[in-house]
Design a binder for this molecule. Structure first.
Ligand code: MTE
Length: 321
């Protein structure tokens, strides 16, 4: 893992006072950048001004806005896992701008009443955008707090009308040989495919994500759209999605195929189930202390047990890891 310079650390209070200052200057007023027909945005994120703005309202869903300090934008966007662009944390930020983001369509098929292909502009309008502040816990033992923008994946699922036989959903992500040098490696099978049980995919915390920090997603974070599943290890949150497929059987997912004994299909954050090569009891919270970021205790389901625990009632979490 690469080092985080202490100078990159911006406590939330600093962001908030900067936001107030920008507001006074009129730079964070929503009206200028809200999509047509929207009322003013009350997104709380500071706009770093590097990507087009994306208006959102703070989510009212219980559990969707942690009060913990946000990880600075610089770290969220420069310390990434996006293996299609390489295995080093800084490679996605250096290389992902080569990925063609327009035109972009998402094919929705498999066991659905209404197979359809949606353009990114239609997807952006499908449901009202919410800002959600989630913890992101990587299986490698680090974590961040990110102000994401998106809407429940359930909104897209309902549009497609899955058949009764659909039990799981697969997310296929872009595999573009021209722009993605990582595809030359055979560590993973490409395209990177992830999957969820249908009830997990429909859970209101599962976010179809288009932005962060008040702006459209940067390419290295999975532009133009990705999934964010906050109670699971980060690898479940596939980036740059091009296809959503409804299936009957549990999908073969990228990391489960590559190393089945190390990465399970469920991948629910769990401090009591160690990775075969390291403990998962604690995590390094990026943004607090740089290189010396304190380790904090990892929480069951990444702290979302109250919201999602019932999805796994009666399941042996050690067996279904
Ligand atoms: N999606 C694709 N297509 N390719 C990837 O390599 N890495 C995953 C996930 N989604 C990955 C991906 C992993 S391991 C993590 S921890 C998160 O993205 C990281 O998201 P972030 O870079 O926005 O923090």
């Amino acid at each position: 893992m690469s080092a985080v310079r202490p100078s990159e650390i911006t406590p939330r209070a600093v962001y908030e006072s900067r936001r107030d200052w920008l507001r006074r200057l009129g730079l964070v007023t929503a009206a200028a950048w809200a999509p047509k027909g929207w009322s003013a945005s009350t997104s709380t994120a500071v706009r770093p001004g590097r990507r087009p703005p994306l208006a959102a309202v703070p989510s009212a869903l219980p559990g969707a806005r942690t009060a913990e300090a946000w990880t600075p934008y610089e770290q969220v966007t420069q310390y990434n896992n996006y293996y299609e662009f390489g295995f080093d944390k800084d490679e996605p930020a250096r290389l992902a701008h080569r990925m063609p983001l327009r035109p972009w369509t998402v094919q929705i098929d498999g066991l659905v009443a209404k197979p359809l292909t949606l353009d990114i502009d239609d997807l952006l309008k499908l449901a009202p955008m919410e800002e959600r502040i989630y913890r992101l816990r990587c299986v490698e033992g680090w974590s961040m707090v990110v102000p994401w923008i998106g809407y429940p994946l359930a909104a897209l699922i309902e549009r497609a009308q899955p058949l009764g036989s659909a039990k799981f959903v697969e997310f296929h992500t872009l595999a573009d040989r021209e722009s993605m040098p990582g595809l030359r490696s055979n560590v993973l099978r490409w395209p990177y495919v992830e999957g969820l049980r249908l009830d997990e995919a429909r859970h209101p915390l599962t976010l179809l994500t288009f932005g962060l920090y008040g702006e459209m997603l940067p390419p290295q974070n999975g532009a133009p759209l990705r999934v964010v599943v906050p109670w699971k290890y980060g690898f479940k949150s596939g980036k740059s999605i091009v296809r959503v497929r409804f299936v009957e059987r549990q999908p073969a997912t990228a990391w489960t195929v590559a190393a089945p004994h190390e990465y399970g299909f469920y991948a629910n954050v769990n401090p009591d189930v160690p990775h075969p090569r390291w403990s998962q009891a604690t995590e390094r919270r990026l943004g607090q202390g740089g290189l010396f970021a304190p380790r904090v205790k990892t929480q069951l389901f990444n702290g979302y047990a109250e919201q999602v625990g019932q999805l796994y009632a009666g399941m042996d979490l050690r067996r279904f890891y």
